[in-house]
Design a protein around this ligand. Structure first.
Ligand SMILES: *Cc1c(COP(=O)(O)O)cnc(C)c1O
Length: 223
């Protein structure tokens, strides 16, 4: 099938069911810039990437009003570049990264908007440690970074559990969001939900969903 028709069909199917308050980020990672360009022509503006090099390249190819989200694991030696091309960083969970973001953002005279990533794998220590601040440490982390110039905390981000019921995880993320708002009232966003679980995330208050495969098709396995 023609790629434009394919992407348009998938995009419309998802969008027709989304509440108007939810921001759809299409995760174009591993797919070519040409796909992002087709999506842009179809009216899509928010794009997500997991790697600095891909994000830098695609953001260069697309018109300036495209909005770029970085949601991958942060490597500090890539942060300067990420701050240059991304409008939002979703995966902040480390104080030294926050300080670097603050420094680079000030150098570029921008405000870098960031979500704090919260680890939703509570009680599953053995099953592989994934990224994110532990919910119990969220407030301490938030108060450590809230004063950094050039950095704006817009909310929390979470990745649902690999196996099992995402309901509890997203309910916990909502609680984290409410406590964060006691410290930072403007940090209202909740970035949660991928292709497999976004409807559940929306039930639990997600304001931003990050969809890759349901729009673009399956990715080849990571190298
Ligand atoms: C890859 C990725 C997505 C999109 O995943 P799909 O299952 O393809 O929708 C969303 N969020 C993060 C953090 C990702 O790494």
């Amino acid at each position: 099938m023609d790629r434009r028709i394919e992407l348009s069909t998938h995009l419309e199917a998802v969008k027709s069911e989304l509440p108007p308050t939810v921001t759809l980020i299409v995760v174009t990672k591993t797919f070519p810039s040409s796909d992002a360009e087709i999506l842009y022509a179809l009216g899509q503006r928010h794009f997500g990437e997991n790697r600095d090099s891909e994000g830098a390249e695609k953001s260069e190819q697309l018109p300036d009003d495209a909005i770029w989200h970085f949601q991958g694991g942060i490597q500090s030696n890539k942060l300067k570049s990420i701050v240059r091309w991304s409008d939002y960083i979703h995966s902040l969970d480390d104080l030294s990264h926050a300080k670097k973001i603050s420094q680079y953002a000030q150098e570029l005279d921008k405000r870098q908007r960031c979500f704090i990533q919260v680890n939703l794998d509570e009680g599953q220590e053995s099953s592989g440690q994934r990224s994110g601040v532990k919910p119990l440490q969220l407030m301490e982390f938030a108060s450590a970074i809230v004063g950094l110039s050039g950095l704006e905390i817009v909310g929390v981000m979470g990745v649902g559990p690999l196996h099992g019921d995402p309901n509890q995880a997203f309910a916990n993320l909502k609680k984290s969001s409410l406590s964060l708002q006691q410290e930072i009232p403007s940090a209202k966003y909740i970035s949660a939900g991928m292709s497999g679980d976004y409807k559940i995330a929306i039930e639990h208050g997600a304001t931003h969903i990050r969809l890759g495969s349901s729009i673009l098709g399956s990715r080849s396995p990571a190298p």
